[in-house]
Design a protein around this ligand. Structure first.
Ligand code: ADP
Ligand code: AMP
Length: 213
């Protein structure tokens, strides 16, 4: 099963992808997490991506597509995967579909987690992230058991550099301009579904599970 999580930055894609990954035993593939890991480790890829990310812009398609296709060619993706934050542009979606077509495969579900822009700002300002394992928390809605520490791996939680209100505004504009057209793209393929992402985490998860099952 191959699933694409769609939605604005901060809509809860990563939160749901993580839960889906553990329920269905599929890898959670987040291009944002891969970029952040590279930034933390100081790799060339990280250096290249950081400027775009800090500005709230997208990393160029060519680089991102190469990274993603390499990741999903790993054995752990043989039975499927949950994509979170990819594709973010039509050319990225087309590049993925071309690779899948070679294997006579396709995306099975594109699930849009819908949250209005006003709620997004609030979600992002309370977000705390674990850069080691990718887990995400919210100070108010999904607090970690121990303040500032990841429940999953015990690492320190941080505020993402791109969660500053000014950057969030740019990221939302980028989303509406470049990513939202994917809604029609996947509607045309007949794999598009949407869920109300303003509900609590478990209700959103139940809605997604209903779609998949
Ligand atoms: P995305 O991966 O779409 O950028 P995240 O999964 O990181 O979004 O979620 C953004 C923020 O909102 C995080 O702080 C997360 O803990 C919180 N969050 C996610 N889902 C919900 C929800 N259903 N209700 C309240 N807060 C949520
Ligand atoms: P995310 O963790 O998904 O919110 O992504 C954080 C940032 O990483 C985005 O604002 C982009 O700058 C970059 N990024 C992540 N995924 C992609 C992608 N598919 N295409 C281009 N840039 C991306």
């Amino acid at each position: 099963m191959k699933i694409v999580m769609l939605g604005a930055p901060g809509a809860g894609k990563g939160t749901q992808a993580e839960k889906l990954a553990s329920k269905y035993g599929l890898p959670h593939v987040s291009t944002g997490d891969i970029f952040r890991k590279n930034i933390k480790e100081g790799t060339e890829l990280g250096k290249e991506a950081k400027g775009y990310m800090d500005a709230g812009a997208l990393v160029p398609d060519e680089l991102t597509v190469r990274l993603l296709l390499d990741r999903v060619s790993n054995d752990d993706c043989d039975l499927g995967y949950i994509l979170d934050g990819f594709p973010r542009t039509i050319p990225q979606a087309e590049a993925l579909d071309r690779e899948l077509a070679k294997l006579e495969e396709k995306i099975d579900f594109a699930i849009n987690v819908e949250v209005p822009d006003d709620n997004i700002i609030e979600r992002m300002s309370g977000r705390r992230a674990c850069l080691k394992c990718g887990a995400t928390y919210h100070l108010q809605y999904i607090p970690p058991k121990k303040e500032g520490i990841c429940d999953e791996c015990g690492s320190e939680l941080v505020i993402r550099d791109d969660d500053k209100p000014e950057t969030v505004k740019n990221r939302l504009a980028t989303y509406h301009e470049q990513t939202q057209p994917l809604v029609d793209y996947y509607k045309k393929q007949g794999v598009y579904h949407e869920v109300d992402g303003t509900k609590d985490v478990d209700s959103v998860f139940d809605s997604i599970r209903d779609i998949l099952e």
